[in-house]
Design a protein around this ligand. Sequence first.
Ligand code: ATP
Length: 246
Amino acid sequence: MSVYALETEALGVSFGRFRAVDGVSLKVAKGELRVLLGANGAGKTTLMDLISGRTRSTSGRVLLNGRDVTNLREYRIARAGIGRKFQIPSIFTGLTVRQNIEVAQSHHPGVFSNLRIGRSAADRARVEEVIDLVGLSDQMKTEAGTLSHGQIQWLELGMLMIQSPDVILLDEPTAGMTQAETGKTAAIINRLKGNQTMLVVEHDMAFVRDIAEKITVLHLGRVLAEGTVAEIESDAAVRAAYLGSQ
Ligand code: ATP
Protein backbone atom coordinates (compact mmCIF):
# COMPACT_ATOMS: atom_id res chain seq x y z
CA MET A 1 0.00 0.00 0.00
CA SER A 2 1.14 3.50 -0.81
CA VAL A 3 2.78 5.56 1.93
CA TYR A 4 0.91 8.52 0.49
CA ALA A 5 -2.71 9.03 1.43
CA LEU A 6 -3.22 11.42 -1.44
CA GLU A 7 -1.32 11.84 -4.67
CA THR A 8 -2.00 13.84 -7.76
CA GLU A 9 0.03 13.11 -10.86
CA ALA A 10 0.26 15.86 -13.46
CA LEU A 11 -3.37 16.70 -12.75
CA GLY A 12 -4.94 19.29 -14.98
CA VAL A 13 -8.08 20.79 -16.37
CA SER A 14 -8.83 23.24 -19.15
CA PHE A 15 -11.92 25.37 -19.43
CA GLY A 16 -11.99 26.07 -23.14
CA ARG A 17 -8.47 27.25 -23.94
CA PHE A 18 -7.81 28.34 -20.37
CA ARG A 19 -5.69 25.92 -18.30
CA ALA A 20 -6.92 26.50 -14.71
CA VAL A 21 -4.85 23.62 -13.25
CA ASP A 22 -1.82 22.74 -15.28
CA GLY A 23 -0.05 19.51 -14.40
CA VAL A 24 -0.08 19.58 -10.60
CA SER A 25 1.75 16.75 -8.83
CA LEU A 26 1.33 16.50 -5.07
CA LYS A 27 2.28 13.77 -2.62
CA VAL A 28 0.63 14.05 0.78
CA ALA A 29 1.80 11.47 3.31
CA LYS A 30 -0.56 9.68 5.68
CA GLY A 31 -1.32 11.97 8.63
CA GLU A 32 0.25 14.98 6.94
CA LEU A 33 -1.27 18.42 6.92
CA ARG A 34 -0.56 20.20 3.66
CA VAL A 35 -1.46 23.85 3.16
CA LEU A 36 -2.24 25.18 -0.31
CA LEU A 37 -1.38 28.83 -0.86
CA GLY A 38 -1.81 30.99 -3.90
CA ALA A 39 -3.25 34.27 -5.11
CA ASN A 40 -6.86 34.58 -6.24
CA GLY A 41 -7.32 32.53 -9.39
CA ALA A 42 -4.20 30.41 -8.80
CA GLY A 43 -6.29 27.24 -9.11
CA LYS A 44 -6.61 26.13 -5.47
CA THR A 45 -10.37 25.61 -5.46
CA THR A 46 -10.27 24.00 -8.89
CA LEU A 47 -7.59 21.59 -7.66
CA MET A 48 -9.82 20.65 -4.71
CA ASP A 49 -12.71 20.22 -7.19
CA LEU A 50 -10.59 17.86 -9.30
CA ILE A 51 -9.55 15.80 -6.28
CA SER A 52 -13.09 15.53 -4.90
CA GLY A 53 -14.68 14.74 -8.26
CA ARG A 54 -16.71 17.94 -8.50
CA THR A 55 -14.86 18.82 -11.71
CA ARG A 56 -13.60 16.23 -14.19
CA SER A 57 -9.92 16.48 -14.99
CA THR A 58 -8.71 16.55 -18.57
CA SER A 59 -5.27 15.12 -17.74
CA GLY A 60 -3.40 13.32 -14.98
CA ARG A 61 -4.49 11.12 -12.08
CA VAL A 62 -5.68 11.25 -8.47
CA LEU A 63 -4.64 8.41 -6.16
CA LEU A 64 -6.10 7.69 -2.74
CA ASN A 65 -3.91 5.30 -0.76
CA GLY A 66 -2.44 4.25 -4.08
CA ARG A 67 -5.84 3.56 -5.63
CA ASP A 68 -6.77 5.43 -8.78
CA VAL A 69 -9.93 7.46 -8.12
CA THR A 70 -9.53 9.85 -11.05
CA ASN A 71 -12.83 11.20 -12.34
CA LEU A 72 -15.02 8.89 -10.30
CA ARG A 73 -18.32 10.53 -9.44
CA GLU A 74 -18.23 12.89 -6.47
CA TYR A 75 -20.21 10.60 -4.14
CA ARG A 76 -18.00 7.63 -5.00
CA ILE A 77 -14.86 9.61 -4.19
CA ALA A 78 -16.46 10.66 -0.89
CA ARG A 79 -17.27 7.03 -0.16
CA ALA A 80 -13.75 5.97 -1.11
CA GLY A 81 -12.47 8.24 1.69
CA ILE A 82 -11.99 11.83 0.55
CA GLY A 83 -14.16 14.13 2.68
CA ARG A 84 -14.61 17.79 1.88
CA LYS A 85 -15.79 20.73 3.91
CA PHE A 86 -17.08 23.77 2.07
CA GLN A 87 -17.43 27.30 3.34
CA ILE A 88 -21.22 27.08 3.22
CA PRO A 89 -22.53 25.12 6.21
CA SER A 90 -24.86 22.16 5.83
CA ILE A 91 -25.94 21.41 9.37
CA PHE A 92 -29.38 20.53 10.73
CA THR A 93 -30.27 23.69 12.63
CA GLY A 94 -33.16 22.12 14.59
CA LEU A 95 -31.01 19.29 15.98
CA THR A 96 -28.49 19.43 18.79
CA VAL A 97 -24.75 19.26 18.22
CA ARG A 98 -24.77 15.64 19.30
CA GLN A 99 -27.68 14.73 17.03
CA ASN A 100 -25.96 16.38 14.07
CA ILE A 101 -22.87 14.25 14.64
CA GLU A 102 -25.07 11.16 15.04
CA VAL A 103 -26.87 11.85 11.75
CA ALA A 104 -23.50 12.16 10.01
CA GLN A 105 -22.38 8.92 11.64
CA SER A 106 -25.48 7.09 10.42
CA HIS A 107 -24.91 7.87 6.78
CA HIS A 108 -22.22 6.70 4.50
CA PRO A 109 -20.77 9.74 2.80
CA GLY A 110 -22.74 10.68 -0.26
CA VAL A 111 -25.39 8.02 0.28
CA PHE A 112 -28.37 9.44 2.09
CA SER A 113 -30.64 6.41 1.98
CA ASN A 114 -28.27 4.27 3.98
CA LEU A 115 -29.52 4.96 7.51
CA ARG A 116 -28.05 2.65 10.09
CA ILE A 117 -30.46 1.55 12.82
CA GLY A 118 -29.16 1.39 16.37
CA ARG A 119 -25.90 2.63 17.79
CA SER A 120 -23.33 0.52 19.59
CA ALA A 121 -21.43 1.61 22.69
CA ALA A 122 -18.39 2.08 20.46
CA ASP A 123 -20.42 4.30 18.10
CA ARG A 124 -21.57 6.45 21.05
CA ALA A 125 -18.04 6.71 22.40
CA ARG A 126 -16.80 7.78 18.97
CA VAL A 127 -19.49 10.51 18.81
CA GLU A 128 -18.26 11.94 22.11
CA GLU A 129 -14.63 11.61 21.09
CA VAL A 130 -15.24 13.59 17.89
CA ILE A 131 -17.27 16.28 19.70
CA ASP A 132 -14.37 16.65 22.12
CA LEU A 133 -11.86 16.74 19.26
CA VAL A 134 -13.65 19.71 17.66
CA GLY A 135 -13.99 21.47 21.02
CA LEU A 136 -17.79 21.32 21.35
CA SER A 137 -18.21 19.18 24.49
CA ASP A 138 -19.88 22.08 26.33
CA GLN A 139 -22.33 22.53 23.45
CA MET A 140 -23.25 18.84 23.08
CA LYS A 141 -26.96 19.50 23.82
CA THR A 142 -27.12 22.93 22.20
CA GLU A 143 -29.40 23.37 19.21
CA ALA A 144 -27.16 23.84 16.19
CA GLY A 145 -29.21 26.80 14.94
CA THR A 146 -28.06 28.84 17.96
CA LEU A 147 -24.32 28.22 17.50
CA SER A 148 -21.84 30.95 16.59
CA HIS A 149 -20.23 31.03 13.14
CA GLY A 150 -17.06 29.40 14.47
CA GLN A 151 -18.97 26.70 16.34
CA ILE A 152 -20.91 25.85 13.17
CA GLN A 153 -17.63 25.39 11.30
CA TRP A 154 -16.30 23.06 14.05
CA LEU A 155 -19.56 21.11 14.05
CA GLU A 156 -19.24 20.60 10.32
CA LEU A 157 -15.68 19.45 10.77
CA GLY A 158 -16.96 16.98 13.37
CA MET A 159 -19.62 15.75 10.93
CA LEU A 160 -16.85 15.10 8.46
CA MET A 161 -14.54 13.46 11.00
CA ILE A 162 -17.20 11.03 12.30
CA GLN A 163 -17.17 9.42 8.86
CA SER A 164 -13.47 8.62 9.28
CA PRO A 165 -12.32 9.89 5.90
CA ASP A 166 -8.78 9.02 4.87
CA VAL A 167 -8.24 12.55 3.60
CA ILE A 168 -10.09 15.76 4.34
CA LEU A 169 -10.13 18.83 2.12
CA LEU A 170 -10.76 22.15 3.87
CA ASP A 171 -11.42 25.30 1.89
CA GLU A 172 -10.51 28.39 3.94
CA PRO A 173 -11.53 26.98 7.33
CA THR A 174 -11.09 30.33 9.11
CA ALA A 175 -13.08 32.45 6.62
CA GLY A 176 -15.28 34.91 8.53
CA MET A 177 -13.90 33.89 11.92
CA THR A 178 -12.88 36.19 14.75
CA GLN A 179 -9.27 36.04 15.92
CA ALA A 180 -10.28 33.91 18.91
CA GLU A 181 -12.18 31.49 16.67
CA THR A 182 -9.20 31.32 14.30
CA GLY A 183 -6.95 30.44 17.25
CA LYS A 184 -9.30 27.70 18.33
CA THR A 185 -9.47 26.34 14.79
CA ALA A 186 -5.67 26.16 14.72
CA ALA A 187 -5.76 24.22 18.00
CA ILE A 188 -8.30 21.76 16.57
CA ILE A 189 -6.29 21.24 13.39
CA ASN A 190 -3.11 20.78 15.38
CA ARG A 191 -4.88 18.10 17.44
CA LEU A 192 -5.86 16.25 14.26
CA LYS A 193 -2.39 16.47 12.79
CA GLY A 194 -0.48 13.20 12.63
CA ASN A 195 -3.65 11.10 12.59
CA GLN A 196 -5.64 12.80 9.89
CA THR A 197 -4.42 13.59 6.40
CA MET A 198 -5.53 17.10 5.47
CA LEU A 199 -5.26 19.41 2.49
CA VAL A 200 -6.13 22.96 3.56
CA VAL A 201 -6.56 26.06 1.42
CA GLU A 202 -5.91 29.14 3.54
CA HIS A 203 -4.98 32.80 3.05
CA ASP A 204 -4.44 33.91 6.63
CA MET A 205 -0.64 33.69 7.01
CA ALA A 206 -0.70 33.96 10.81
CA PHE A 207 -2.98 30.93 10.87
CA VAL A 208 -0.83 29.11 8.31
CA ARG A 209 2.26 29.68 10.49
CA ASP A 210 0.34 28.18 13.43
CA ILE A 211 -0.66 24.97 11.68
CA ALA A 212 1.59 24.27 8.72
CA GLU A 213 4.50 21.92 8.35
CA LYS A 214 4.59 21.88 4.61
CA ILE A 215 3.14 24.29 2.10
CA THR A 216 2.52 24.00 -1.62
CA VAL A 217 2.21 27.30 -3.47
CA LEU A 218 0.17 27.39 -6.66
CA HIS A 219 0.58 30.08 -9.27
CA LEU A 220 -1.29 30.22 -12.59
CA GLY A 221 -2.39 26.62 -12.14
CA ARG A 222 1.10 25.25 -11.47
CA VAL A 223 3.16 24.37 -8.42
CA LEU A 224 5.45 27.35 -7.89
CA ALA A 225 7.12 26.14 -4.71
CA GLU A 226 6.91 23.56 -1.95
CA GLY A 227 8.51 23.66 1.47
CA THR A 228 8.28 24.58 5.13
CA VAL A 229 6.75 27.87 6.24
CA ALA A 230 10.23 29.38 6.61
CA GLU A 231 11.33 28.16 3.19
CA ILE A 232 8.20 29.47 1.52
CA GLU A 233 8.35 32.83 3.24
CA SER A 234 11.94 33.37 2.14
CA ASP A 235 11.43 32.13 -1.44
CA ALA A 236 11.96 35.01 -3.86
CA ALA A 237 9.59 33.64 -6.52
CA VAL A 238 6.84 33.13 -3.93
CA ARG A 239 7.34 36.60 -2.53
CA ALA A 240 7.06 38.08 -6.00
CA ALA A 241 4.01 36.04 -7.03
CA TYR A 242 2.07 35.87 -3.80
CA LEU A 243 3.42 36.95 -0.44
CA GLY A 244 4.36 40.41 -1.66
CA SER A 245 0.66 41.16 -1.92
CA GLN A 246 -0.19 39.87 1.57
P1 ATP B 1 -9.57 32.04 -4.95
O1 ATP B 1 -8.57 32.25 -3.90
O2 ATP B 1 -10.08 33.32 -5.55
O3 ATP B 1 -10.67 31.09 -4.59
P2 ATP B 1 -8.37 29.91 -6.50
O4 ATP B 1 -6.90 29.75 -6.40
O5 ATP B 1 -9.22 28.98 -5.72
O6 ATP B 1 -8.75 31.41 -6.19
P3 ATP B 1 -9.84 28.93 -8.71
O7 ATP B 1 -11.18 29.28 -8.16
O8 ATP B 1 -9.44 27.52 -8.69
O9 ATP B 1 -8.72 29.81 -8.04
O10 ATP B 1 -9.82 29.48 -10.21
C1 ATP B 1 -8.71 29.32 -11.07
C2 ATP B 1 -9.04 29.94 -12.40
O11 ATP B 1 -9.93 29.08 -13.12
C3 ATP B 1 -9.72 31.29 -12.31
O12 ATP B 1 -9.18 32.13 -13.29
C4 ATP B 1 -11.16 30.97 -12.60
O13 ATP B 1 -11.81 32.08 -13.19
C5 ATP B 1 -11.07 29.80 -13.55
N1 ATP B 1 -12.21 28.87 -13.47
C6 ATP B 1 -12.57 28.15 -12.40
N2 ATP B 1 -13.64 27.38 -12.67
C7 ATP B 1 -13.98 27.66 -13.97
C8 ATP B 1 -15.02 27.18 -14.85
N3 ATP B 1 -15.91 26.28 -14.46
N4 ATP B 1 -15.03 27.69 -16.10
C9 ATP B 1 -14.12 28.61 -16.50
N5 ATP B 1 -13.13 29.08 -15.72
C10 ATP B 1 -13.06 28.61 -14.48
